[in-house]
Write a protein of this length. Structure first.
Length: 74
């Protein structure tokens, strides 16, 4: 199992919409809005690096998301 933290920046004024979209992915265990350099932080669990790549692609495809940074453990 690979645990990850996904840090996201969103389009101005679109944080809530981006958060709602990210929460729909089954791999995302929790996600919330934050203040500072990033707008959303999500904690996810996947079974492999390939699954992490797929999740990353899905997150980056969300129209409200401008950029992401993913930290992994496992």
């Amino acid at each position: 199992m690979i645990n990850s933290v996904i840090l996201m920046r969103v389009q101005p004024g679109k944080a809530k919409d981006g958060l709602d979209a990210v929460k729909k992915f089954k791999e995302v265990k929790t996600a919330f809005l934050v203040f500072g350099r990033y707008d959303i932080v999500a904690f996810a669990e996947v079974v492999s690096l390939e699954a992490m790549e797929k999740l990353s692609s899905k997150v980056n495809a969300i129209k409200e998301i401008r950029s992401t940074e993913t930290l992994m453990q496992g």
